[in-house]
Design a protein around this ligand. Structure first.
Ligand SMILES: *Cc1c(COP(=O)(O)O)cnc(C)c1O
Length: 376
């Protein structure tokens, strides 16, 4: 008999743990009927802001829309440069391009997978050299670990750029005791089901301490509304979070801190077991991670992944191509010398199954399969 297949992310285990609470929460919304901007949405915003220590939380329709909304509120458009890491999910760059801005792809640091401050400085110089006005830097907390905000923020301050943290993978993580949501001028996150805090569809949120920005975002979220819905004082979008998704998130929030602890335990177990075999992920000093992904670096990746698959162990490659090399983003700028770390990582990274309900025995199977694959 073959061993049971291993899920990459086990949302079923979480659902089993919450039992009928999720069903009850969804049913309450169906019954009360406030499907859009219902009371659960406001309660969720309050709890999320408290969790991360931000003054304002504006929930929204996705992590992508969250990025778009902030850039819209800041009036980013043609002639502006937005600096993003070359090694990230496409949405980070997409938001800027959609608004007509130019993107500059910045290299990342090999150890953290996050934006390299030196490369950011080169990117800012490049943008100015091309006659663009650098306006916004969007560091990404890749795989769950906060970017190097202590070094990135002073660069933004000195150069007069806004810092928008893309925390789609890192909600719940912290750096020197400060939680994701409290860095930069604003932070976005995503509640896509596979993210550390996921709903049962699309969802996202924006965090900021800037009251004026928060007001602008609430207007952008509802078609640029003014004093009421049918007064349109600016161009906006339909960017609201559904009440049912807020209700799901409120239930999941009750176990979120425990899930973060469990993810850390799983990451520690992996790192202890695999340290001698592959390059395991390292947290920067003072950082905790939400462990959206547990990502190792190795050679001969395609062969290793094939062996894992044959052994019933799923794995993922995030990301197989740096954004600057994607056809849709060929107009993006890259400083001379390219982004060698992003290029090298895209050939070597491999993400292993990671979720709060990964049992030690299953992890042992994954580790054994990986060791065997490396020997083959
Ligand atoms: C998932 C993700 C997004 C987009 O979030 P959606 O909710 O899927 O729109 C943006 N940036 C990063 C880094 C992501 O991982």
């Amino acid at each position: 008999m073959s061993a049971p297949s291993i899920p990459f992310i086990d949302l079923g285990a979480q659902r089993a743990r919450l039992g009928t609470r999720l069903d009850d929460a969804i049913r309450r919304v169906v019954d009360h009927g406030a499907y859009v901007m219902g009371p659960e949405v406001l309660e969720l915003e309050k709890q999320l802001a408290e969790l991360c220590g931000a003054s304002h939380c504006i929930s929204c329709s996705s992590g992508t829309d969250a990025l778009i909304m902030v850039l819209m509120a800041w009036g980013v458009g043609p002639g502006d440069a937005v600096l993003v890491p070359d090694f990230t999910f496409v949405a980070t760059a997409e938001a800027a391009v959609l608004l007509g801005a130019s993107v500059v792809f910045v290299d990342v640091a090999a150890d953290s997978f996050c934006m390299d401050p030196d490369s950011l400085e080169a990117g800012i110089a490049l943008a100015r050299d091309r006659g663009l006005e650098p306006k916004v830097v969007i560091p990404v907390d890749l795989f769950g670990q906060p970017a190097d905000y202590p070094r990135l923020q002073p660069i933004c301050d000195r150069e007069g750029l806004r810092l928008l943290a893309d925390g789609a993978q890192s909600f719940g993580a912290s750096l020197h005791g400060k939680r994701v949501g409290a860095f930069g001028d604003a932070t976005t996150t995503s509640f896509f089901p596979a993210k550390p805090l996921g709903c049962y569809g699309d969802g996202g949120a924006i965090f900021t301490d800037d009251a004026e920005l928060a007001d602008l975002l609430r207007s952008v979220r509802v078609h640029g509304e003014g004093r009421h819905k049918y007064e349109n004082v600016r161009v906006g979008i339909n960017g609201r979070l559904d009440t049912i998704q807020a209700a799901v998130l409120l239930e999941k929030l009750t176990i979120f801190e425990d899930e973060l602890r469990r993810r850390q335990v799983c990451a520690d177990r992996y790192s202890q077991a695999l340290d001698a075999d592959v390059t395991v992920p390292r947290l920067s000093e003072g950082a905790t991670s939400a462990w959206a992904q547990y990502t190792v670096r190795l050679e001969e990746r395609e062969a290793v992944q094939g062996h894992l698959k044959a052994a019933g162990v799923p794995s993922g490659i995030y990301y197989v191509t740096p954004l600057s090399q994607q056809k849709g983003y060929s107009a993006g700028l890259v400083a001379p010398g390219g982004n060698p770390i992003a290029a090298s990582l895209s050939e070597r990274v491999l993400s292993l199954p990671m979720h709060p309900y990964l049992e030690p025995e299953v992890q042992d199977r994954i580790v054994a399969a990986l060791r065997e694959a490396l020997r083959a």
